[in-house]
Design a protein around this ligand. Structure first.
Ligand code: NAD
Length: 511
C-alpha cells in the first residue's frame, strides 16, 4: 500500500507524540488497527501510558508561554505552512482516511480539503482576534474587551472525521495562542498519526519547541477520563456520541472546566408539496448514504407531504437500487463499509427494531455476504417506512438507514416532528414556497443548530459556526465567532482622568 509509505507510516508505531518526538513505550498496550475495507490488520500502535500522559502534559505546559508570546499573525503563518504541507499529502492522506474508516475516497479527499480550507481561514482569522470597544458611563474612561489564550486545549475526536475535527479545533486554537493535546478515536488512529507527522515537518522547519501540537492515543480509562479530570486543561473540545458526551460534560464541569460539545444528531429533511424533486432526491440520497450513514449530520428522518409521498418513495427506491456498495477506494462505488462489526450489530438491531415496532423495510435491510465483503462490515443502504413516534426513530443509529414518514396538513406539522427528538444538529427543507421556507427558519421553525434550504443536512462549509442544540451539546466550532470559545475574555476599564467616579453614581469618600 503505497499511501502508507508516502505518509512515512510503518506497521509498528508509537501513538504518543509531543510534536516531532515520538515517545517510546515498550511493554505497553498494543492497538491493532483493522481496515473495514478488506479486514486487514495494517498497523499496530503502542498506546500511551499514564507516564506518557504526564510527559505530554508537562511538555504542553512548557510550550504554552512560548507559543502565546508569538504574535497571532505569526501563529497564523505556521498554520499557513501546515495548510501548504497538507496540499502535498492530500492524496495519500485522503486514501488512508478512506481505507481506515471505509468512507469513499472522494469523501476522504474532501476531508483533507476541509483541513486545508480551515488552515486558510485561520490565516486570515489570526489578524482578526478582535475585541469590542464600547462607551463608558464615566467621564475620561475607556471600556473594552480583549481576548487572551486559554492554555492547554484537549481535543477528543470521533472516528468518522478522523482529521477534519482536529483541524476545526487545533487550527483555531493555534491562532488563538493555545497549545493542543489530541486524543483521537481508537477506531481511526492511523490517520491521526499521519497528520501528526505532516505537522511535525512544519514544526521542525520553524524550529518550534515540543508541546504545541501533541497526540496521545490511548483508551478511555487511561487517557480519556484523565483528560476530563485534569485541571491543567481549561478547555476540552469533545466530539462523539451523546452518551459519552454526557460523561465528558459532567466530569469537566465538576472541576469547573469549559467544554465544547459536538455530539450526536438525528437530522431530518422536510419535503413539502412545493419541493423541487430534482434537487431533493440526490440531496436526500447523499445525506443518507454518505460515509455509510456515519456522519453526525447524516439524514436519518424524512418528512414527506402526503401529496407527494408515493412519488418521492418511488424515486428513492429507484435511486437506492442503482447504488453500488463496495471497496470505497474504487470511484465507481457509492458506499463503503461500516467502521467495524459492532456497527454492523447496531445496524442489525435497528432493522429488527423497525419491524418489531410496526415499520416496513422498503429497501435493503441486510448485511452483505459476498467474497468482496469479507471484512463483514458491509451492509445494504436501507429505506424504511415508519411513524415518527417509534422509539427507534428517536435514536441515532450510526448506519445508512433512512426513515420515510408521511405528514399531512401544513409545514408546521413537519416542523413539530423535526423538533420532537432529543438531538438538535442539522435540518433541511425542500420547498419553493417562501412562506414555508421562512416559517422553517423562524423562531417557531427548526430548533437545530443548522437549518438548510434546498440543500441536504450534511456537508457544512467551514465559514459558518458548526454545532447543534439540545442533546447535541450546544457547542460551536469552525468559522464565524467560534474562535472566541478558545480564548478567555477580559473586560477592561481604563481611567485616564484625574477623578475617581464610581459606576452607578455611588458616592464614597475617605478623609
Ligand atoms: P464515541 O462517543 O464512542 O467516541 C468519541 C470519542 O470519545 C473517542 O475518542 C472516544 O475514545 C472518546 N470517549 C468515549 N468515552 C469517553 C470517556 N468516558 N472519557 C473520555 N473519552 C471518551 O463516538 P464515535 O463512535 O467515535 O463517533 C460517533 C458519534 O460521534 C456519533 O454519535 C456522531 O453523531 C458523533 N459525532 C458528532 C459530531 C458533531 O460535530 N456533532 C461530529 C462527528 C461525530
Amino acid at each position: 500500500m503505497n499511501f502508507l509509505d508516502e505518509l512515512y507510516l510503518e506497521k509498528n508505531m508509537s501513538g504518543t507524540s509531543t510534536g516531532t518526538m515520538w515517545l517510546s513505550g515498550k511493554g505497553k498496550k498494543q492497538l491493532l488497527v483493522v481496515s473495514p475495507v478488506d479486514g486487514e490488520a495494517f498497523a499496530n500502535i503502542t498506546t500511551a501510558s499514564t507516564r506518557n500522559y504526564e510527559q505530554v502534559l508537562e511538555q504542553a505546559q512548557k510550550a504554552f508561554p512560548i507559543w502565546r508570546s508569538i504574535p497571532a499573525p505569526g501563529r497564523g503563518e505556521i498554520v499557513r505552512q501546515i495548510g501548504l504541507r497538507l496540499r502535498d499529502f492530500k492524496l495519500p492522506l485522503g486514501t488512508l482516511i478512506a481505507y481506515e474508516t471505509g468512507k469513499p475516497l472522494q469523501e476522504g479527499l474532501g476531508e483533507v480539503q476541509e483541513v486545508i480550507d480551515i488552515c486558510d481561514y485561520c490565516v486570515g482569522q489570526s489578524r482578526m482576534l478582535y475585541g469590542m470597544t464600547t462607551v463608558s458611563e464615566r467621564p475620561s474612561h475607556r471600556l473594552f474587551e480583549q481576548y487572551h489564550p486559554l492554555g492547554i486545549v484537549a481535543i477528543i475526536t470521533a472516528f468518522n472525521f478522523p482529521v477534519a475535527v482536529w483541524g476545526w479545533n487545533a487550527m483555531i486554537a493555534a491562532i488563538c495562542g493555545d497549545v493542543t493535546v489530541w486524543k483521537p478515536s481508537s477506531k481511526a488512529p492511523v490517520s491521526a498519526i499521519a497528520l501528526q507527522k505532516i505537522v511535525a515537518g512544519v514544526l521542525e522547519q520553524n524550529d518550534l519547541p515540543e508541546g504545541i501540537f501533541s497526540l496521545i492515543i490511548g483508551d478511555r480509562a487511561t487517557i480519556g477520563e484523565r483528560i476530563l479530570e485534569d485541571k491543567r486543561i481549561p478547555l476540552v473540545s469533545f466530539t462523539g456520541s451523546v452518551t459519552a458526551g454526557r460523561i465528558a460534560a459532567q466530569k469537566v464541569a465538576e472541576r469547573l472546566g469549559k467544554t465544547i460539545l459536538e455530539l450526536g444528531g438525528n437530522n431530518s429533511i422536510i419535503v413539502t408539496e412545493f419541493a423541487d424533486l430534482k434537487l431533493a432526491v440526490p440531496a436526500i440520497v447523499f445525506g443518507a448514504v454518505g460515509t455509510s450513514g456515519q456522519r453526525c449530520t447524516t439524514t436519518r428522518r424524512l418528512f414527506i407531504h402526503e401529496s407527494c409521498y408515493s412519488k418521492v418513495k418511488d424515486h428513492l427506491c429507484r435511486a437506492y437500487a442503482s447504488l453500488k456498495v463496495g471497496n470505497p477506494l474504487l470511484e465507481a462505488n457509492h458506499m463503503g463499509p461500516l467502521i467495524d462489526k459492532n456497527a454492523v450489530k447496531a445496524y442489525r438491531q435497528a432493522i429488527k427494531g423497525i419491524t418489531k415496532q410496526g415499520g416496513k423495510i422498503l429497501f435493503g435491510g441486510n448485511v452483505l455476504k459476498k467474497k468482496e465483503y469479507a471484512s463483514q462490515c458491509y451492509v445494504e443502504p436501507t429505506l424504511a417506512e415508519v411513524k415518527s413516534h417509534f422509539p427507534i426513530v428517536r435514536e441515532e443509529t450510526f448506519a445508512p438507514i433512512l426513515y420515510l414518514i408521511s405528514y399531512v396538513g401544513t409545514v408546521e406539522n413537519a416542523i413539530t416532528m423535526n423538533n420532537e427528538v432529543d438531538q438538535g444538529l442539522s435540518s433541511a427543507i425542500f420547498s419553493t414556497n417562501l412562506n414555508q421556507i421562512e416559517t422553517f427558519l423562524s423562531a417557531k421553525g427548526s430548533d437545530c443548530g443548522i437549518a438548510n434550504v434546498n440543500i441536504g443536512t450534511s456537508g457544512a462549509e467551514i465559514g459558518g459556526a458548526f454545532g447543534g442544540e439540545k442533546d447535541t451539546g450546544g457547542g460551536r466550532e469552525c468559522g464565524s465567532d467560534a474562535w472566541k470559545s478558545y480564548m478567555r475574555r477580559q473586560t477592561v476599564t481604563v481611567n485616564y482622568g484625574s477623578e475617581l467616579p464610581l459606576a452607578q453614581g455611588i458616592r464614597f469618600k475617605i478623609e
